[in-house]
Ligand binder design. Sequence first.
Ligand code: HEC
Length: 147
Amino acid sequence: MQKTLNIRKFAALAVLSLLVIAGCGKKPGASGKADLKKPMTAADSAVTATKVPYALKEGKRLFSHYCAVCHGETGDGSGQYYGLTPTPANFTDKAFMKTMTNERLFKAIMEGSASVGKSNMCPPWGKSFHGEELEFIVAYIRTLAGS
Ligand code: HEC
């Protein structure tokens, strides 16, 4: 219970910091009028964060280093550890990525795939990265489906 609460808090913090990152990277008035009318959602802020070059570059570096061995350099699930069952998640699959909220991605990455009711094939990474690095990875993963 306590753990779930902490994760919620972390996810909320993570989303907040994404907003901050997004805010810093944005040039005033550069985002178009539509953005100003709608309240910003977590998904929007993640999308905006993906436009921040540093976050993306770091995300790509970390992903290549830690995740690509299973998830593949392009994130399509075909890393060199082929033959894994189940196959590693395919981050280039638009339909799949639509089902993935940022909260879900953070939880799966931090606590491993078993924590979200999947197999235990994706290890928990919570101790390997600090919050910002996790955000960079999630922002980068979000770009892989090309939207
Ligand atoms: C040892 C191989 C391996 C490594 C390394 C690995 N993964 Fe995975 N990952 C998997 C497998 C296999 C699955 C599919 C698990 C399933 O569907 O039961 C998965 C699933 C996922 C999912 C989807 C979970 C869900 O909610 O369905 C995410 C997100 C993910 N991995 C992120 C990462 C990130 C980020 C890294 C690097 C920090 C990483 N993985 C490294 C094997 C790996």
